[in-house]
Design a protein around this ligand. Structure first.
Ligand SMILES: Cc1cc2nc3c(=O)[nH]c(=O)nc-3n(C[C@H](O)[C@H](O)[C@H](O)COP(=O)(O)OP(=O)(O)OC[C@H]3O[C@@H](n4cnc5c(N)ncnc54)[C@H](O)[C@@H]3O)c2cc1C
Length: 404
C-alpha cells in the first residue's frame, strides 16, 4: 500500500523534501503551506551557497541546482562567483591552508592570494586590512524564491499536490503512530508527516508534548550603496575574524554578520506570530553596529555608504549549529526537517536526501543521519532557559568553527 505523506510548510526546505520524496516514488504526497510558498524565512534569504571543505553536504546542493532547473524548466538565478575567505591575521590565513589543500586535491578552482591580489578581485576591498585571502571557486548564490518555485514545480510534475492557504492546526495519533492532520481546509488521513515549518516547527509539535531543540533568533544583513557599482561576477566574501560575510546585490554591497549573543525571540516556542508572512523584524542597529564597523574596516567606502535596506529576518538555530533532520519523538511516521541555522537554502538538498532515506528506511543512506538527529539533545530541549542561552551563542561559535 502506498504511504500517505504530508509535508507541512512550503519554504525552501519543505518544497525540496516534497520533490526528493516524489523523485524516489515514496508515496502519495501532499504539501500543505499556511500562506504562500516561501512566505516564512525563505523569501528574504541572502541565497549564498558556499562549499567549505569537510562539509560535503553543500556540494550536493551545487549538484542539485542543474537537476531541479532541468526538471522544472525554470532557472534559479545560480551565479558561481566564487568566494574570498579574508584573513586579517596570519593565524587565520594559516587556518585556510588545509581548505586550500582539500580544494586542490579535488581539482576545484581556488587560489591562495596575497593582500594585493585579493583586493584585485574585489573593487571595494582594502589590501591594508588583510594578511591574505583564499579564493574558493565552489561558491555562489541563487534566488531563494526561484529555487523554492522550481522545487515546487518539479514536485508537482511528479504528482505532488501543493495546497497553499492551508494551515495544519493539529496532529492526530493512533496507537503510537501518525494517523491524520486537522487543517483549516478539513481533516486529512496520513500515515507519514514531515514537519518543515521552520520557526514554527517547535510550536506545532508542542501540541503533542514534544519540544524540538530549536529557537528563533534575530539575524541580519544590510544592503549598502557605495561610490562604486559592483559587477555581478564580483566574488562573495567571508571574514571569520570579523564574523561578517557578503556579496554583490544589484550593484550594491550586501553584508551580514553572525553575531555574538544573538537575540532570541520572545514569542512562545521562539517563533514570531502565525501571521508573520513576508514580514521582517525592526532594524537593530545596536546589535549590528560592531559588525558594520568591522565591515567598513575591510571595505572603507562603507564609511560613507547609503544604507538602502536593513533586513532583520528571524531564523531558527540549534545549540550545535546543525539542522534537525529525521525521525522524531518515537512516533511512527513522524519526521522533522527544521532549524537550518541560516543555511536552509544550502541545506535544502541535504534535507531532501536525509528525510527520503529515513522514510524509505534505506539501508544505504546518502548521508550519515546521526549528526542531524532531532533528539540529539535529549531532555535538555525541554529546558527553555538552557536552550535559549545555547542558541544565542550558536550563530557566532558555529560560524567560527567552520573555518578553524
Ligand atoms: C538574514 C538571513 C540571511 C540568510 N542567508 C542565507 C544564505 O545566504 N544561504 C542560506 O543557505 N540560507 C540563508 N538563510 C537561511 C534560510 O533563509 C533559511 O534557513 C530557510 O529559508 C529556512 O527555510 P524553511 O523552509 O525551513 O523555513 P520557512 O521558509 O520559514 O518555511 C516554513 C513554512 O512553514 C509554513 N508553516 C508554518 N506553520 C505551518 C502550519 N501549521 N501549517 C502549514 N504551514 C505552516 C510557513 O508559512 C512557512 O512558509 C538566511 C536567513 C536569514 C534570516
Amino acid at each position: 500500500m502506498k504511504r500517505k505523506i504530508a509535508v507541512i510548510g512550503g519554504g525552501v526546505v519543505g518544497t525540496s523534501v516534497a520533490w526528493h520524496l516524489a523523485q524516489r516514488d515514496a508515496g502519495e504526497i501532499v504539501l500543505l503551506e499556511r500562506d504562500q510558498l516561501g512566505s516564512g524565512t525563505t523569501w528574504h534569504s541572502a541565497g549564498n551557497i558556499n562549499w567549505i571543505p569537510g562539509h560535503d553536504a553543500i556540494l550536493t546542493m551545487i549538484e542539485t541546482i542543474p537537476e531541479v532547473e532541468k526538471e522544472s524548466d525554470q532557472e534559479v538565478g545560480w551565479l558561481q562567483t566564487g568566494r574570498l575567505f579574508l584573513a586579517s591575521k596570519d593565524a587565520t590565513l594559516d587556518s585556510f591552508r588545509p581548505m586550500a589543500a582539500a580544494a586542490e586535491a579535488r581539482r576545484f578552482v581556488h587560489a591562495m592570494l596575497d593582500p594585493q591580489e585579493a583586493a584585485g578581485r574585489h573593487p571595494l576591498l582594502d589590501a591594508d586590512a588583510l594578511a591574505g585571502a583564499w579564493f574558493n571557486g565552489m561558491s555562489g548564490r541563487l534566488n531563494p524564491a526561484d529555487i523554492t518555485a522550481a522545487y515546487a514545480k518539479a514536485a508537482r510534475r511528479r504528482g505532488v499536490t501543493i495546497s497553499e492557504g492551508c494551515s495544519v492546526t493539529d496532529i492526530e495519533l493512533r496507537n503510537g503512530r501518525v494517523a491524520g492532520l486537522k487543517t483549516t481546509n478539513g481533516d486529512l488521513a496520513v500515515d507519514t508527516m514531515v514537519v518543515c515549518c521552520g520557526l514554527w516547527s517547535r510550536r506545532l509539535l508542542s501540541k503533542l508534548g514534544l519540544l524540538l531543540p530549536q529557537w528563533g533568533c534575530e539575524h541580519f544583513y544590510v544592503i549598502a550603496r557605495t561610490n562604486k557599482r559592483l559587477d555581478r561576477s564580483t566574488p562573495s566574501f567571508v571574514s571569520p575574524d570579523a564574523a561578517v560575510y557578503g556579496r554583490e546585490e544589484v550593484g550594491d554591497l550586501l553584508f551580514g554578520c553572525f553575531d555574538d549573543n544573538a537575540i532570541t525571540l520572545t514569542g512562545p516556542h521562539g517563533a514570531p506570530p502565525d501571521d508573520f508572512s513576508f514580514s521582517l523584524l525592526d532594524d537593530n542597529w545596536n546589535q549590528f553596529a560592531p559588525y558594520a564597523e568591522q565591515a567598513a574596516w575591510l571595505f572603507p567606502s562603507l564609511q560613507t555608504a547609503e544604507i538602502r535596506r536593513f533586513v532583520n529576518g528571524p531564523e531558527t538555530f540549534t545549540p550545535d549549529g546543525e539542522p534537525l533532520l529525521g525521525a522524531y519523538g518515537n512516533i511512527e511516521g513522524l519526521h522533522v526537517a527544521s532549524a537550518m541555522n541560516s543555511g536552509g537554502v544550502t541545506y535544502s538538498a541535504l534535507a531532501g536526501h536525509v528525510i527520503t532515506d529515513a522514510i524509505l528506511e534505506s539501508p544505504t543512506p546518502k548521508f550519515d543521519p546521526a549528526p542531524y538527529a532531532p533528539d540529539r539533545f535529549a531532555t535538555r530541549a525541554c529546558d527553555e532557559v538552557w536552550l535559549r542561552e545555547a542558541v544565542s551563542q550558536a550563530p557566532s561559535s558555529h560560524y567560527r568553527s567552520l573555518y578553524d
